[in-house]
Design a binder for this molecule. Structure first.
Ligand code: ADP
Ligand code: MG
Length: 679
C-alpha cells in the first residue's frame, strides 16, 4: 500500500466509526479520511484549569476533581441516572441520560477519585453536570486545551474528538512533492506537520506557514490539472486555416465603426491561433458592451473563408436571433447562415441537419443546447460559445473533443473577474482580454434615490420617453420562492400601467420561454417603452434605445450584479442613466459600494471591490465552477499564493511534463480522475 492510500480510505474504516456515524459524516460530504481533515476546529476549550466545587461558574465548561459517593439508578429507563460526588468544598451531581449502568459504574466507581469535565448546570439548589464530556481517573488526560468542531446532529464532541485524534495519530509521512525553493517559503513545514498544526487548538484562527503551505498545495493541484488539459488540447495537430485580411476589410465597411485597440489585439491573437497547426482553446474576456461579438464574427468569417464551418452558440434564443441578424447584415450573401433553436420546426430542422453534413451551411447559430445535440458537421473548424462561464473544465474539454481535431474553440465571457480567478476558472485556456470600451460610449450617469422620491423618477422617465428613450425597471427577487419572487415587480407593473397604459411590459422568472421572448421582442421593436422585470433581463442582448435603467431596492444586489444590470444600458450614443433606488438611508457599507459604482464603470475594478467586500463565493454564479472545490484557498485573500503557484507550474511543465512527482498531491486532492479522463 502506498502510504497516502490511508487517507483515501472510506471513513467507515476508522476505529469507532460504524454505519450510523459514517452516515452522519457522509451527509456532511465527508466520505474519506482525507475529507475529514478539512472540517476545521471552530474553537478551543481550555480544560487545564481544575477548580473546586465552590468556585464553579454555572453555564461554563469546567473541570473538577471529586470523590464518587453513591449512585441513584431509577428503574424507569427514561429517567436520568445520577451519581453523587463531592470535594472538600461542596457537592455535585453527575446525571446521565441514555447511558448503561455498567458503563457508569466503570467510569465512576464508588469511592474513587476522578476528574470530570463538562458544562456546569444548577438544578434544584445543586450543581450538576449532565452527560460530562470527559471522565477519567487520570486527571492529566483531561487537563488539556481541546479543539472543538462544528458538530452535526448525532455527533458528540467526544466521539468527534476520538475520530479526529485517531486520524491525526495515523497520518502518514508523505514523500515531499514541493520543490526545495517553494518549501523554503513555508519554513520547510511538511504536509503532515501542516495538517497537525491546522488541527492544533493553539493555532485556531491563526495564520501561519502551515496554512499557507496547505493553501498552496490546493492551488497547485488545481493549476497542474489546468496545465495538463491545456497542453493535451494543444498537442492535437490540426489542419491550419489559411486566410488573409480580405474578410475583415469586407465586414469593416458594413459595421461602420473603428475597432478598438483591444479588439484588434484579440483578433490578432485569435488569427494566430487559427493559422497555427495546433488547436485553439481560447477565452475572450471583456466587460458587457466591450464588443466581443464582432471579434467572434470576424474570426468566424476567416474560418469560413478558409473552407471550414462555424458553430456559434448563444445562451438564449433571443440572443441567438440577434447574432443571426447581425451576421446576416455583415457577411457576404454567398455565405450560408442558418439558425437552429427549439422553435425551428421539424421539417426545417431536418433540412438544416442535412445541409450541415453536406457542407452547404457555413455557419450555424443557436443556443447552448446545440452542444448537447447530435449534429453532424461536415467540416467544423470553429466553435464559438457566447456568455458561458458556467461550463466547468470537464465540459469545456468535452466540447473541444466533440468538435473534432480540426475544430478551434473560442469561449466568450462578460464577467469581469480578477486575474487570480481567471487563472483558476479558465486556467485551461489561453485568454484575450478586451479592457477598454468603444470610444463613442457616453458615461452612464449613476444616481441614488430614496424610494419616497419615486414620483420624481417617474416624472423623469416620462420626459425621457417623450424623447424616444426606453426604460428598464428592475425589481429584485424578494425571496427564493417562486410564488413571491415577482410580487414586487407585479405591483410596480400595475402602478406604472396606470400612468403609461399599454406601453409597459412585465418580465419575470415564472413566465414561459415563449412569453418571455414575446415581451423582449416587443421591447426591442419599441412596442413598449418600459420593461419591468426581475433580474432575468437576458445577458448580452443589445437594446440600443434602452438607455435608462431604474433598479429598485438596489441594496439587495451585489456590486457586480448592479454593474451587469447597468451594462444593459449605455450601448447607443445617447446619454444613459442608471438610478439606484433605496428603501431607507444607506448603511456605511452600502454607501461605499454605491460610491464605487458611481465613480467607475470598469467592471474589473468593481468586481475586485465586490470580492473584497463580500468574498468570492457570492460572485455571479461561480458556485458551479472550479472555485467551489477549494477548501482553504481564496482568490482574493491568497492572491500572492495563486501567482506563486502559476509561476511554479510553468517551471514544473519544463521539468516534469507528466507531473510524476505530483501524483500523490493530485490523487489526494481529487484531481487525478480528471487527469485519467483527459489523457
Ligand atoms: P459584448 O462584449 O457585451 O458582447 P457587443 O458585442 O454586444 O458587446 O457590443 C455592444 C455594442 O457595441 C454593439 O452594439 C456593437 O455594435 C457595438 N460596438 C462593438 N465594437 C464597437 C466599436 N469598436 N466601436 C463602436 N461600437 C462598437
Ligand atoms: Mg455579448
Amino acid at each position: 500500500m502506498n502510504n497516502y492510500e490511508y487517507l483515501l480510505k472510506d471513513i467507515n474504516t476508522i476505529n469507532g466509526i460504524g454505519t450510523k456515524l459514517s452516515k452522519i459524516f457522509k451527509k456532511k460530504n465527508i466520505n474519506t479520511i482525507f475529507d475529514l481533515l478539512w472540517s476545521l476546529p471552530r474553537d478551543s476549550i481550555d480544560r487545564t484549569n481544575v477548580v473546586k466545587i465552590n468556585e464553579l461558574q454555572i453555564g461554563k465548561i469546567q473541570t473538577i476533581t471529586v470523590n464518587v459517593i453513591k449512585y441513584n439508578f431509577p428503574r424507569i429507563r427514561k429517567l436520568p441516572k445520577r451519581v453523587f460526588c463531592e470535594d472538600e468544598t461542596g457537592k455535585i451531581e453527575c446525571t446521565f441520560f441514555n447511558s448503561y449502568e455498567g458503563y457508569i459504574k466503570k467510569i465512576l466507581p464508588v469511592n474513587s477519585r476522578v476528574t470530570i469535565s463538562g458544562k456546569v448546570g444548577y438544578y434544584k439548589n445543586k450543581y450538576q453536570i449532565t452527560n460530562p464530556t470527559y471522565v477519567s481517573s487520570d486527571s492529566e488526560s483531561i487537563k488539556k486545551i481541546f479543539s472543538t468542531y462544528n458538530l452535526s446532529e448525532g455527533l458528540t464532541e467526544k466521539k468527534y474528538r476520538n475520530v479526529i485524534d485517531e486520524v491525526l495519530k495515523n497520518i502518514p509521512d508523505l514523500n515531499e512533492w514541493l520543490s526545495d525553493e517553494i518549501l523554503k517559503k513555508f519554513d520547510y513545514t511538511s504536509w503532515k506537520n501542516s495538517i497537525l498544526d491546522l488541527h492544533n487548538p493553539k493555532n485556531i484562527k491563526k495564520k501561519g506557514k502551515f496554512l499557507n503551505r496547505l493553501i498552496f498545495d490546493e492551488i497547485l493541484s488545481h493549476f497542474l490539472i489546468n496545465s495538463k488539459i491545456r497542453r493535451t488540447i494543444k498537442k492535437v495537430k490540426k489542419i491550419n486555416k489559411k486566410f488573409n485580411n480580405k474578410e475583415l476589410d469586407k465586414i469593416k465597411d458594413k459595421f461602420g465603426f473603428e475597432l478598438t485597440d483591444d479588439q484588434k489585439n484579440a483578433i490578432e491573437q485569435i488569427n494566430n491561433d487559427l493559422k497555427s497547426n495546433h488547436k485553439m482553446f481560447r477565452l475572450l474576456q471583456g466587460d458587457v458592451g466591450s464588443g466581443k461579438t464582432i471579434v467572434a464574427l470576424i474570426a468566424s468569417a476567416n474560418v469560413i473563408s478558409s473552407g471550414f464551418q462555424v458553430s456559434f452558440m448563444a445562451p438564449t434564443e433571443i440572443l441567438a436571433k440577434q447574432h443571426y441578424t447581425l451576421t446576416k447584415k455583415l457577411f457576404d450573401n454567398n455565405i450560408n447562415i442558418k439558425i437552429l433553436t427549439s422553435k425551428t420546426d421539424l421539417r426545417e430542422r431536418k433540412e438544416i441537419l442535412k445541409d450541415l453534413s453536406d457542407n452547404k451551411i457555413n455557419i450555424l447559430i443557436g443556443t447552448h443546447s446545440l452542444f448537447q445535440e447530435k449534429i453532424q458537421y461536415s467540416n467544423l473548424g470553429l466553435i464559438v460559445i457566447d456568455e458561458q462561464h458556467k461550463f466547468g473544465v470537464k465540459q469545456r474539454k468535452k466540447l473541444s473533443d466533440k468538435g473534432g481535431k480540426n475544430c478551434d474553440v473560442l469561449v466568450m465571457s462578460a464577467t469581469p473577474i480578477p486575474r487570480t480567478m481567471i487563472m483558476t476558472i479558465f486556467g485551461d485556456m489561453d485568454t484575450s482580454i478586451i479592457k477598454t470600451k468603444p470610444k463613442n460610449r457616453k458615461e452612464i450617469k449613476t444616481y441614488s434615490k430614496l424610494e419616497t422620491k419615486t414620483n420624481e423618477v417617474i416624472k423623469f422617465i416620462k420626459k425621457k420617453i417623450g424623447q424616444k428613450n426606453q426604460v428598464f425597471w428592475v425589481c429584485p427577487l424578494i425571496e427564493e420562492s417562486k410564488k413571491v419572487d415577482h410580487q414586487s415587480s407585479v405591483a410596480r407593473f400595475h402602478d406604472l400601467k396606470k400612468i403609461f397604459k399599454n406601453k409597459v411590459g412585465l418580465l419575470h422568472g415564472a413566465l414561459s420561454k415563449e412569453d418571455k421572448n414575446n415581451i423582449l421582442l416587443n421591447f426591442l421593436n419599441k412596442k413598449i417603452d418600459i420593461l419591468v422585470s426581475t433580474t432575468v433581463i437576458e445577458v448580452g442582448i443589445d437594446f440600443p434605445s434602452a438607455n435608462i435603467i431604474i433598479i429598485e431596492n438596489a441594496n439587495k444586489f451585489g456590486l457586480s450584479q448592479l454593474h451587469q444590470l447597468r451594462g444593459r444600458v449605455g450601448r447607443g450614443d445617447k446619454e444613459s442613466y442608471c438610478i439606484l433606488m433605496f428603501k431607507s438611508n444607506l448603511s456605511q457599507n452600502a454607501k461605499k459600494r454605491i460610491d464605487i459604482l458611481k465613480k467607475t464603470t470598469d467592471g474589473f475594478k468593481i468586481s475586485e471591490e465586490d470580492m473584497k467586500l463580500r468574498g468570492y463565493g457570492d460572485l455571479l454564479g461561480f458556485k458551479q465552477s472550479g472555485l467551489q472545490s477549494f477548501r482553504l484557498a481564496d482568490p482574493v485573500l491568497n492572491e500572492d499564493l495563486f501567482i506563486l503557484a502559476e509561476k511554479e507550474v510553468k517551471r514544473i511543465e519544463k521539468e516534469d511534463q507528466d507531473f510524476k512527482k505530483y501524483m500523490t498531491l493530485l490523487k489526494l486532492y481529487d484531481r487525478a480522475d480528471i487527469l485519467n479522463d483527459i489523457v
